[in-house]
Design a protein around this ligand. Structure first.
Ligand code: SF4
Length: 180
């Protein structure tokens, strides 16, 4: 079987879903027999490549995320919302209870910091926050979702292994269908 191309992406999330991916431990060897990991948070390619499968952690919180997920949608045959933040906005979406300006002021101006000057919304180091955080399916078509905060390593491996072998995973079993 031809090796597939796999990407993992970190948008508005805490990286906990990627930590859970790392918890598949030695089973990563099974994954890399089936797929080359051509993009992930530690593969610093500047361009997002054409891939067979993209696992996307986190919600869309900024203009940069929106641009990135739209590009990923164009270049990925299969786009998987990876974890509750990608599926429902979850923890990242809690900022939707407040206005963007309130959140920004609290995080970058009022909060205790060693940066005495604070930051302005136009600071080049900061993403351009959107007014509301949204899950992936509000801005692009999503082909499959993996629930969980984070999803278990067993579930992540199961989903990857099935797709990379040309099968559609069945998450209907109770232990594999868990939000939160
Ligand atoms: S779903 Fe949970 S573990 Fe994954 S990015 Fe969101 S908060 Fe972190």
């Amino acid at each position: 079987m031809t090796k597939k191309k796999l990407a993992t992406v970190w948008l508005g999330g805490c990286s906990g879903c990627h930590m859970s991916l790392l918890d598949i431990d030695e089973r990563i060897l099974e994954v890399i027999k089936l797929a080359d990991i051509v993009k992930c948070p530690i593969v610093d390619g500047k361009e997002f490549p054409e891939v067979d499968v993209a696992l996307v952690e986190g919600s869309v919180t900024s203009d940069e995320h929106l641009h990135e997920i739209q590009l990923i949608r164009k270049r990925a045959k299969l786009l998987i919302a990876f974890g509750d933040c990608a599926v429902t906005s979850n923890v990242t979406g809690m900022r939707n209870y407040f206005s963007k300006d309130e959140v920004f002021n609290y995080a970058y101006i009022q909060a205790v910091s060693n940066d005495k000057q604070g930051k302005t919304p136009n600071h080049p180091a900061l993403l351009k926050l959107q007014e509301k955080v949204v899950p992936l399916q509000e801005v692009v078509d999503v082909d499959f979702v993996i629930p969980g905060c984070p999803p278990s390593a067993d579930t992540i491996f199961y989903v990857l292994f099935e797709f990379l072998n040309g099968r559609v995973p069945d998450l209907s079993q109770e232990r594999k269908l868990k939000y939160g």
